[in-house]
Design a protein around this ligand. Structure first.
Ligand SMILES: C[S@@+](CC[C@H](N)C(=O)[O-])C[C@H]1O[C@@H](n2cnc3c(N)ncnc32)[C@H](O)[C@@H]1O
Length: 243
């Protein structure tokens, strides 16, 4: 599968800052609630990044597999307390071993990092194959109509964070190209010694009808589309079942 190799996930220096620069993960509460609602006992977290959700689920006694193409992000995940309880795999939905999990999650807009239609199709097929019959794929994507990227300016996104053992890190995002459904932006982190770490990203914004059609074309039944409670009107969360 063709993978976008954003430095933000693949550069060990930036992967190590991911959690520190975005510490509020209350967005994951909604996923913990869905896992409980669906009585899932086994979960594949696809695009697990630095592993926050996978570790929360493993701490609740679930059988968890965390998969991500960014080895540097997985290294951060593997170094966290409780990491031995999760099976971490470097790869994507097209490289999975045989699985039959109750639920697959794609959070933090990992789905939007999949740009090409071929990679998206391979992801939907790979996830379906990894679910047991009756299992659920929970995938979020930002609502394109909201045009949230308008807020991705240096002024509005700039933060200064005191990072233990590093010092003050200044970071911001700025748009580099808006060509819906694709939106590109540059993230910059300036370290205390003045070193600038830059990551260029492109995200695909898919709308509700498009994702529903894609899921149905790959053999899912879309049970529900929710908003994310922490970002009303900004996110679409699909609950799609393998019949
Ligand atoms: C914004 S991060 C979100 C990480 C994590 N889910 C979270 O909520 O913190 C997006 C993640 O998607 C991963 N990713 C990129 N392409 C992917 C693909 N084709 N399949 C699965 N994950 C992918 C990136 O490596 C990155 O870790």
């Amino acid at each position: 599968m063709d993978i976008e190799r954003d430095a933000g996930f693949h550069d060990p220096r930036l992967a190590a800052l991911y959690d520190v620069l975005d510490p509020d993960r209350s967005d994951l509460d909604a996923y913990l609630a869905i896992v409980a609602e669906r009585s899932a006992r086994s979960v594949l977290d696809l695009g697990c990044g630095t592993g926050t959700l996978a570790l929360l689920l493993a701490a609740r006694g679930l059988d968890v597999v965390g998969v991500d193409p960014a080895a540097a992000s997985l290294e951060v995940a593997r170094g966290k307390p409780g990491a031995a309880a999760v099976r971490w795999l470097c790869g994507d939905a097209s490289t999975l071993p045989p699985l039959a999990v109750d639920l697959v999650t794609m959070t933090g807009n990992a789905a939007q990092a999949i740009i090409s239609p071929a990679a998206w199709s391979a992801t939907l097929a790979g996830v379906r194959a990894a679910l047991r019959p009756g299992g659920t794929f929970v995938v979020e994507t930002r609502e394109p109509a909201r045009q949230g990227w308008r807020e991705w300016t240096r002024d509005r996104s700039s933060t200064s964070t005191e990072v233990a053992g590093v010092g003050l890190v200044v970071s911001w995002h700025e748009l580099t190209e808006v060509a819906p459904p694709l939106v590109s932006f540059r993230s910059t982190c300036v370290l205390p010694d003045g070193v600038e770490l830059v990551s260029d990203s492109t995200l695909r914004f898919r709308d509700r009808a498009g994702v529903t059609a894609d899921l149905e074309a790959h053999g899912y039944v879309v049970d529900e589309v929710r908003g994310a409670p922490d970002r009303p009107g900004r996110e679409l969360v699909f609950l799609a079942r393998r019949p």
